[in-house]
Design a protein around this ligand. Structure first.
Ligand code: TXE
Length: 480
């Protein structure tokens, strides 16, 4: 049984306690590897290593840091197939998805910040001959990066790349549910010659290893992606310690389809935005609102296509819907399908656990599920389910659907389908979401600010926002 190791001070090491946790393959429902059950002591050693490495890394010329990050990206590309297979086995997502999205994006994340840091500039302000101000932006020290299980290497690199590029050193904890690609990534860092202590990866439980990172006094800046409830916990620990905090949390994203939409484009993209990664993407459009005049036509076409989606072995080419990430998460999703029916909803597609044959007989598979007949205020339409479950309902007017869309505690992303330019801009400006897609979904430009409003998060990642987040600004004013 493979035993994953921590990556501390440039070496792959066992947890000090010698304790390990089971790591499940969700498609088989079986333990297939072990991960360190790290604790405060492991975090202490990791933070010490990161502090010791900070001076050398933060004063290294940006070009040299850039070269090393690009070398890691080259190694990700070189190991693409191996990483994609590991991602699919660890997370349950279709191998094709890991190959097409997760691993290429992990490489792009490293490359984007390896180059962005070479062009990162700060500002100066001239006071009409009286004085001149200039702002410096310097790395903060040891950054704590905590990432989730839905897009493991994709979101892990999305955090550590800007932190490292900006000259910080990092103590990172990937999710204990999907640790494998972060472990393989640490082997690539060693091969790339990343100086020891610059990046440290401590595997283990959130409430134990994760909490130790959050509360460590020598970790001044924290970047977290995960559930809103966990985000609240982390903020409660970090705020009184005056730590800089970025929280990327949950979403309950509206997918608004007007009668004048490009019907086929809206229909086909909505299949993807509803069920990609088994609906386990914080940006998935889990609440579909369709203008009344095309509601029946859209619903019938949508149900027909969803019923035709292949739920299967993630390693097989034809699979569109793989396993959800864990048994507890499968139970959580099933409980929401039950709740929806108790709230008066009607399951018009899916709704059941899918029993497969062969190696996947005990895997965590759910049918992609569509639920109609609910109102916008019920729990099913207010709470994040984070699985292959969408609700769909009609609306008459623009203001009505805006009220529905903006009615949750979340505000991460939204999608609008209309061919009317004025309406697209008008509705986009009134939606309380940090990211809006018009006639598309998940089209990502890494230069743009990424993050949500309300309980979807605090702060923004992406582009210069992330480099500004991971640096400290200082303004110096000189009298002329
Ligand atoms: O997230 P958690 P999970 C949502 C989604 C999902 C829910 C829970 O609704 O059902 O969050 O998912 C670490 N101190 N999203 O369980 O628990 C934990 O070990 C420090 C949306 O993955 O928030 C893991 O590494 N760290 C999200 C990471 O936090 C702690 C993507 C996320 O775990 C900790 C994933 C603590 N006290 C889930 N407790 C998105 N926005 O993309 C846990 N962790």
């Amino acid at each position: 049984m493979k035993k994953i190791q921590n990556y501390i001070n440039g070496e792959l090491v066992a947890p000090k306690s010698g304790q390990y946790l089971d790591n499940y393959n969700p498609a088989e429902g079986k333990v297939y590897s072990l991960i360190p059950d790290s604790d405060k002591e492991d975090v202490e050693v990791a933070v010490k290593a990161a502090r010791a490495a900070f001076e050398g890394w933060s004063t290294m010329p940006a070009q040299k840091r850039s070269d090393i990050l690009n070398k890691i990206a080259d190694l990700i590309d070189k190991n693409h197939d191996r990483l994609a297979e590991a991602e699919s086995i660890d997370n349950g997502k279709p191998l094709k998805l890991a190959q097409r999205v997760d691993i290429p994006r992990a490489s792009s994340n490293m490359r984007f910040y390896a180059t962005a840091i070479l062009h990162f500039a700060s500002e100066s302000h001239n006071m009409d001959g009286e004085a001149v101000n200039y702002t410096t932006r310097t790395p903060m020290g040891v950054a704590g990066c905590i990432s989730p299980w839905n897009l493991p290497l994709y979101l892990f690199t999305w955090k550590i790349a800007p932190a490292l590029a900006a000259g910080n050193t990092v103590v990172a904890k990937p999710s204990e549910i999907t640790p494998m690609t972060a472990y393989l990534f640490s082997e690539l860092c060693i091969e790339a010659g990343l100086p020891k202590g610059v990046l440290n990866i401590v595997h283990g439980l959130g409430a134990k290893a994760g909490q130790s990172i959050i509360e460590h006094p020598d970790v001044p800046v924290i970047s977290f992606t995960g559930g809103t409830a966990t985000g609240k916990n982390i903020a409660a620990t970090a705020a009184p310690m005056f730590k800089k905090l970025s929280l990327e949390l949950g979403g309950k994203n509206p997918n608004i389809i007007f009668e004048d939409c490009d019907f086929d484009q809206a229909l086909n993209t909505s299949i993807h935005s509803s069920f990609a990664n088994q609906g386990q993407i914080c940006l998935c459009g889990s609440r579909i609102f369709v203008q009344e005049s095309i509601y029946e036509k859209f619903l019938n076409a949508f149900v027909e296509k969803v019923k035709a989606l292949t739920v299967g072995d993630p390693l097989e080419d034809g699979t569109k819907v793989g396993a959800v990430v864990s048994e507890p998460h499968m139970q959580k999703i099933m409980s929401y399908i039950k709740l929806a029916q108790e709230e008066g909803g009607k399951v018009v597609a899916g709704g059941n656990r899918k029993k497969l044959e062969g190696r996947c007989a005990d895997g965590y598979f759910l049918e992609p599920t569509i639920i109609t007949g609910l109102n916008h205020q019920c729990r099913t339409n207010q709470e994040e389910i984070f699985g292959p479950v969408v609700t769909i309902m009609p609306f008459k007017e623009e203001q009505e659907v805006l009220d529905y869309a903006n009615s949750t505690a979340y505000g991460l992303s939204a999608t609008i389908w209309t061919e009317n330019l004025k309406r697209a801009h008008r509705v986009a400006h009134q939606l309380k979401s940090g990211i809006i897609w018009v006639n598309c979904w998940l089209v990502r430009d890494l230069r743009t600010p990424f993050g949500g409003m309300k309980q979807s998060g605090v702060g923004r990642e992406g582009g210069w926002e992330a480099l500004r987040f991971f640096t400290e600004a200082k303004n110096i004013c000189i009298k002329l």
